[in-house]
Ligand binder design. Structure first.
Ligand code: ATP
Ligand code: MG
Length: 334
């Protein structure tokens, strides 16, 4: 049975970008006869500072978002990364496989470290080796992610390939990124050249899954755009990143193509389009945030699900990391 792995960092409020680029598709994959493993990657989250109490809450809230978006713990394995020690173990082994030169090409590190890279954590730099471990620990071959993670999945392929080559084995498969849908890179509402991120300091830059209807409407109303009406065809959006972003969001939420959205709103101004978009977003997100709130009322249920998921994940991961140690020549005697 083919296996999918993907993760989300519990590093803040989950956004509409996380939902359209990742979460929404996670639920769909469960019913395609594929084994699905989904992870709250708390060890990735701590590559930048996380307040301990906030991290605990964000992890449970992210778990609630998965479940509320349709990830069913009886169909998928859902757990938080730090409860399965094999992730950290394989990441170390891959730190010794990956090359500094490969890490130096990673654009996410450059974006997140900013100008003062000397002050970034070593973990932030090594992030892609941990991500490769997350995926390869399960021999997963498909990784549903947003456009921004494509480079890291490609690096995972390089690590798998080099490991196999170095040790003369055919042990790790080379996974494929699955980047699908109309909104694989949702942009910030304040800056059409930056992706929407849960860690962006500006709350106005993103729609949070927990935003109420008024907040969603207000954020779309204030979203940066040009003054032109919507064009007749999608080609007319090519030089208009903010307009294109809103059209793509609409399309992904409505399960339409961007061409269909443009055809429906051709010639209309943002005064008409933004309220329609806000209504659609509220329609799709309100049931999710309601269910998240319900789940967060009693976190024992969430903790139980994560614990059970961690046991299931460990049962797959432990033999694979043990085999990796063995291939590398480490004595296994217990
Ligand atoms: P952070 O700012 O902490 O990195 P993030 O919003 O980028 O948070 P991640 O946890 O890094 O979220 O990524 C989780 C998943 O969401 C990944 O599959 C990623 O590709 C996807 N994703 C993140 N941002 C977007 C976006 N703007 N559009 C589409 N997909 C996205
Ligand atoms: Mg990110």
């Amino acid at each position: 049975k083919p296996r999918i792995f993907s993760g989300i960092q519990p590093s803040g409020n989950l956004t509409l970008g996380n939902y359209l680029g990742a979460l929404k598709r996670f639920a769909q994959k469960q019913d395609e006869g594929i084994e699905t493993i989904y992870c709250l990657v708390d060890m990735h989250a701590i590559t930048v500072w996380q307040d301990p109490e906030a991290l605990r809450r964000q992890t449970r809230e992210a778990a609630a978002a998965f479940i509320a978006s349709g990830v069913d713990p009886s169909k998928s394995i859902l757990f938080n990364q730090s409860q399965v020690g094999a992730h950290a173990e394989l990441a170390w082994l891959f730190n010794c496989t990956a090359r500094l030169g490969w890490m130096n090409r990673m654009t996410q590190f450059k974006d997140k470290a900013g100008k003062n890279a000397e002050k970034a954590s070593l973990g932030l730099y090594a992030y892609p080796a941990l991500m490769a471990a997350d995926i390869l620990l399960y021999h997963a071959t498909m990784v549903p992610v947003g456009e921004d993670q494509k480079q890291h999945v490609e690096l995972t392929r390089d690590i798998a390939n080099k490991f196999n080559h170095d040790f003369g084995v055919d042990f790790f498969p080379e996974p494929e990124p699955l980047i699908e849908g109309a909104a694989t890179r949702v942009m910030s509402l304040r800056d059409g050249s930056k992706k929407m991120s849960k860690s962006d300091p500006s709350d106005a830059s993103r729609i949070n899954l927990t935003d109420d209807a008024d907040t969603i409407a207000k954020k779309f109303r204030k979203a940066r755009t040009d003054a032109e009406p919507l064009p007749e065809t999608v080609d007319g959006l090519s030089e208009r990143p903010e307009a294109r972003n809103l059209v793509n969001i609409y399309a992904a939420l409505a399960d339409m193509t961007s061409a269909q959205v443009v055809a429906e709103f051709a010639g209309k101004g943002f005064g008409d389009f933004k309220p329609a978009l806000a209504d659609l977003a509220v329609d799709k997100l309100a049931p999710i945030s309601t269910e998240m709130k319900r789940l967060m009322d009693d976190v024992t249920e969430i903790d139980r699900i994560l614990g059970k998921g961690a046991e299931q994940a460990d049962a797959i991961a432990r033999p694979i990391v043990e085999k990796t140690y063995d291939i590398m020549g480490m004595v296994r005697s217990r």
